[in-house]
Design a protein. Sequence first.
Length: 375
Amino acid sequence: MAQKLGTVVVKIGTSSLTDRATGDLKLAVIGGLAEELTHLRRLGWQVVLVSSGAVGVGAKRLGLTTRPTTLEGKQAAAAVGQGLLMSLYDRFFSFLDQPVAQVLLTRADLIERDRYLNIYRTLHELFALGVIPVINENDTVAVEELKFGDNDTLSARVGTLVKANWLILFTDVAGLYSANPHVDPKAQLIAEVGQVSAELDQLAGDKGSNWGTGGMVTKLEAARIATAGGITMVITDGGIPQNLPKILAGEAIGTKFLPQQDPMNSRQLWIAYGLVPQGKLLLDKGAVKAIQAQGKSLLPAGIQAIEGNFKAQSPVDLCDLEGNEFARGLVNYSSDDLSKLLGQKSGRIPEILGYEGEAEAVHRDNLVLLAMITD
Ligand code: GLU
């Protein structure tokens, strides 16, 4: 058994796997990817492949000329395409005697702790058996509210799950640019990003403006998750899988996002990025400051308004009065009860609610900072 070198998650998008105009599979890319991943595994890396393409490949097989737009349409195409995609990977990797395994996940699988741990154990068993897991979202069964919807964020969550060292996003551009490289000839490649800032979000454009299939918006969200989890992430050209060993050797190829110095633990990652927020708490300046700068819990006195219907212990977004989100946490009160406590001193809770509740609306232990708000 080769020495263990670390864990690498490689995500490849539909735009790198198929020809944009014809929808034909790019067999040389898939073959190259199989060679590189097999090689890395033999060297001693634990390797995970997150592959998109189910919907695109399925649509092509069904003779559709455009990608389906309805949820049912996409789910049906994914059901056709996933098998095809997997049979393709199985054949390519089999030529190299490298076993692969299909793992289909939904967001719900990563929310519930039992299911999360179960996936963790299965992936580790696959690593121990020398298998390369090939992961996709289980598009055919994922319901809208609990969908990742894109494999960029899915791959980042998988990266934190397996405690990866690297997350490589193969896409149809060479990295993150100062402007859209498809339309602006002056666009410059950004080689390294230390902090995924709000300015970078501006570069990526609106949610609707896609450069690749998933677009840069989801790639920056993936970068936030991955780097918060201590993972180095690289966005690079999916047409050249042969770059993979060079990237892992430290060569500057594509855009590299550096891991945070002080990464979140798995519970903090779960609160920040695993759960689906059920509401918003709008906080006054004093509360924002106490949480951001002084490491305090959130007391009901600092909450000016709430949005959404939620139960006690639900995940919620913590925002300033303009609605800018800066933290996430698990709230101690339901929206019904909390609405009666807005701006109130904690000492009055028993009198207002008729029971002895927690003094904090969100306890510090259940709270994760996501961004810094400055005046
Ligand atoms: N799960 C989708 C598919 O296999 C891809 C999502 C994405 O493009 O990121 O087609």
